[in-house]
Design a protein around this ligand. Structure first.
Ligand SMILES: C[S@@+](CC[C@H](N)C(=O)[O-])C[C@H]1O[C@@H](n2cnc3c(N)ncnc32)[C@H](O)[C@@H]1O
Length: 227
């Protein structure tokens, strides 16, 4: 699915969220960089925005690795990195979240932006993805997730779900030309986990001290968990 939309992916995100997606990624980046970690993984980096924010804000001794299984998405990420003259501290890797090509405990921090839903929502490989993520995270290391969520307020939730159906799905179709990808996006966002369900999922896979912070009334959320 992601191989079909890379060139318009950033534009559609910006249109759908009024650029809030970038503000939310910046919050995730700030959370990832607390305590000056040395090795950070941007899991499912896509077109690389979180990885680039991390690289641009990190100290010189921080290394950022960004992994995705879609070469077309990584091609866009690589172009952006070259345009922005991102430093050699950033490395892109083609790989699957279900079989991460890293040794145990390789990373101090793992961040994931708007892809946790892809890995875990009604996905039969959820347990494998989370076990792999946990395996490559150091003991005591931090897992930072920024993802769409469910507003607590019933009124806001109804408005949000209406917006998904009336704006997100048709707009994504119109701009990308791929109806299926954006129908899936709207559907999965509508049914995705509320923060307490996501917390239970992470706890069930061995993550601890899980905290969720709603963004824009819970339309999105920043979740932090530790190994
Ligand atoms: C919605 S995009 C998010 C991209 C980016 N993190 C962002 O902030 O926009 C989801 C990304 O996850 C990647 N992805 C999905 N499943 C994956 C897997 N099993 N292994 C690696 N990447 C995966 C897709 O290729 C896609 O680039």
């Amino acid at each position: 699915m992601f191989n079909e939309v890379p060139d318009r992916y950033d534009l559609i995100n910006a249109l759908m969220t009024f650029r809030l997606d970038q503000m939310w990624r910046r919050k995730a980046a700030a959370e990832c960089l607390q305590g000056h970690p040395v090795n950070i993984l941007d899991l499912c980096t896509g077109t690389g925005d979180l990885a680039l924010m991390l690289t641009e804000r990190a100290g010189r001794d921080t290394r950022v690795t960004a992994l995705d299984f879609s070469q077309p998405m990584l091609d866009v990420a690589g172009r952006k990195a070259r345009q922005r003259q991102a430093s050699r501290q950033l490395q892109f890797i083609l790989g699957d979240a279900g079989r991460l090509p890293f040794p145990d405990e390789a990373f101090d921090v793992i961040g994931i932006a708007f892809a946790f839903r892809n890995l875990t929502f009604r996905n039969p490989h959820t347990a494998t993805y989370l076990a792999e993520t946990r395996r490559v995270l150091k003991s005591g290391g931090k897992f930072v997730i920024v993802e769409t969520s469910q507003p607590r307020s019933a009124v806001l939730r109804r408005f949000f779900h209406g917006y998904l159906a009336a704006v997100v799905a048709p707009l994504g179709w119109l701009v990308s030309g791929h109806r299926g990808a954006y129908r899936y996006l709207a559907w999965s966002m509508r049914h995705f986990y509320a923060p307490d369900e996501l917390t239970a999922l992470l706890a069930g896979q061995g993550f601890r001290h899980i905290v969720s912070r709603p963004l824009l009334g819970g339309v999105a959320a920043l979740h932090v968990a530790f190994k």
